[in-house]
Design a protein around this ligand. Structure first.
Ligand SMILES: Cc1cc2nc3c(=O)[nH]c(=O)nc-3n(C[C@H](O)[C@H](O)[C@H](O)COP(=O)(O)OP(=O)(O)OC[C@H]3O[C@@H](n4cnc5c(N)ncnc54)[C@H](O)[C@@H]3O)c2cc1C
Length: 499
């Protein structure tokens, strides 16, 4: 028997080696053709070999893993790119687009690598990654109250650079500091300042992109239609108390003073009261732009059930609140946001949806029951309203302001068809071109309503985003006023008994 196993094992091993070698060989021929093309299409032909990683390159795996932000897609069976290209000069981007097109390979574009489904670095067909991480400059112009930020910069680096230059400016974007500008702002970009300031995409003044022909365009040369499209066109008696509070939160949070953002978390936890029993905890975390006294007075009037007291409040600067939300210890220097935490993915699965009518009390109790049964997943509720509703819905392709509107999808398809008729910039969830428009309704429905975060937004830019010019809000400019004090409170409402 032992002999049989050995003799069987050998051809299997040989077959495996042959398979690995033949995929390396395929990758090598793609590498040769791609490199030759890059050398022809850039004026730095001697340097471009340094920015292309084939599967046989010793650094290939680490370059790939650095920006895999989700361990679900960091396994041996996850599909791998034939090549990874890491441009260092703006002229390389156009050449990469031209060369990926000429060798007929799908191009995936990655900035921060935080896509929930790994769309920027995973594919079912052979593909090349255009990795934008080297483009991370953030140039803040305080006099002009604007900032040029490159697509490979992170949200944390943007916050840090603004804070470094000014203590009275801020920027309304997401909470996780390592999320990339390239995917984040193009998807809308929402965070704790959204009720007072709106979405990140509402502050885009200009952008530089590379089109399907490899040309670098700015707002003027791309035209207003494409500029529009790239801006977001991605228990027991206690039980009734919790249910009432969670129900009331739905009425209060989206309509209360714009300076107040109240995030609510529902999580299953082990009961401290009854051993071996699960309960659900509702936590309301608030961020208020003003003083503790003002916040206590406001909640006393609008949401007295929370019983907020001044001693529950922490007053701090905007930049400290950013660190707090990102789970850094008190007193951490803002420098911490410059750490990109490379190659440190954890497992994650998230889905988002929009609630247009408050969930009934029965519905909430059903959710509590399901959370207890499942034991692990939690819910995060972010209230919209405020400034979000004041921006005209047609202003950006982000469709989720006062509701979901399919006419934007149609406009997106028209722009996409005009600028990328052969659908070169495509991914598994991207906006289709016109011939397949009849499939649009069901496509959009599944994409925008029942999918992951990122697919709630415009996915699959019809171009490569190189950099954006953003307005940074401060008192007196066209982007409304910014109070300096942020008050944070956490109220862990009630634990619901499992029974
Ligand atoms: C832990 C975590 C926390 C998050 N928190 C928030 C939050 O608070 N608020 C919020 O709004 N969102 C949040 N998100 C969602 C996040 O904004 C999106 O997933 C976003 O698309 C990630 O951008 P990225 O550049 O890091 O990702 P990538 O994976 O690099 O890219 C995401 C998508 O954008 C495309 N893309 C990236 N760069 C470019 C470019 N330069 N040109 C063209 N296309 C490009 C990719 O091809 C892909 O389709 C969070 C995500 C995670 C994982």
């Amino acid at each position: 028997m032992r002999e049989f196993h050995l003799s069987l094992a050998f051809p299997l091993l040989l077959l495996l080696l042959l398979h690995v070698c033949s995929s390396w060989a395929a990758s090598d021929s793609v590498y040769d053709a791609f490199l030759k093309c890059l050398q022809t299409n850039t004026n730095q032909s001697d340097q471009v070999s340094n920015i292309v990683y084939s599967q046989t390159n010793a650094s290939y795996s680490i370059v790939l893993r650095n920006y895999i932000r989700n361990a679900r897609f960091n396994t041996s069976s996850t599909s791998k790119p034939l090549l990874i290209v890491t441009p260092t000069d703006e002229s390389h981007i156009g050449a990469v687009v031209i060369c990926a097109k000429s060798i007929g390979t799908q191009l995936k574009i990655r900035s921060g690598g935080h896509d929930y489904e790994g769309i920027s670095y995973v594919s079912d067909v052979p593909f090349i990654i255009l990795d934008m991480f080297n483009f991370k400059s953030v140039s803040v112009d305080v006099d002009d109250e604007s900032v040029w930020v490159q697509s490979g910069a992170t949200v944390g680096e943007l916050y840090y650079r603004i804070w470094e230059k000014s203590k009275v400016h801020a920027f309304p974007a997401g909470i996780c500091p390592t999320v990339g500008i390239g995917g984040h702002i193009s998807g809308g970009g929402y965070g704790n300042l959204l009720r007072n300031f709106g979405l990140a995409v509402d502050y885009v003044l200009d952008a530089q992109i590379v089109d399907v022909n490899g040309k670098l365009l700015d707002r003027k040369s791309m035209g207003e239609d494409l500029f529009w499209a790239i801006k977001g066109g991605g228990g027991a008696n206690q039980n009734s108390t919790t249910t009432d509070i969670v129900y009331k939160w739905q009425q209060v949070a989206p309509s209360i003073d714009n300076a107040l953002f109240m995030r609510m978390l529902l999580q299953p936890i082990s009961s401290k009261v009854t051993k071996k029993t699960k309960t659900v905890r509702a936590s309301i975390i608030t961020e208020y732009l003003g003083t503790s006294d003002q916040l206590v007075a406001l909640l006393d009037k609008e949401f007295p059930e929370l019983g907020l007291k001044k001693e529950d409040c922490m007053e701090m600067s905007w930049i400290d609140s950013v660190l707090w939300w990102a789970n850094f210890d008190n007193g951490t220097s803002p420098n911490a946001m410059l750490d990109r935490e490379l190659d440190s993915a954890s497992f994650l699965r998230r889905k988002s949806d929009y609630v247009q009518k408050p969930i009934s009390k029965d519905g909430l109790e059903w959710i509590f029951k399901k959370l207890i049964e499942q034991g692990k997943p939690g819910f995060v509720f972010n209230p919209y309203g405020g400034k979000m509703n004041e921006v005209a819905a047609s202003e950006t392709p982000f469709p989720h302001r006062k509701g979901i509107c399919t006419k934007f999808s149609t406009r997106l398809v028209k722009v996409k068809t005009a600028v990328d008729p052969d659908n070169f910039f495509r991914n598994e969830q991207s906006i289709p071109t016109l011939p397949s428009c009849e499939r649009l309704t069901s496509h959009m429905h599944s994409q925008f309503l029942h999918s992951t975060y990122s697919t709630l937004f415009l996915n699959g830019f019809p171009c490569v985003l190189y950099q954006m010019r953003l307005c940074i809000p401060n008192e007196g400019v066209e982007c409304t006023s910014l109070p300096l004090i942020v008050v944070l409170t956490v109220v862990r409402v009630v634990a619901v008994s499992a029974s």
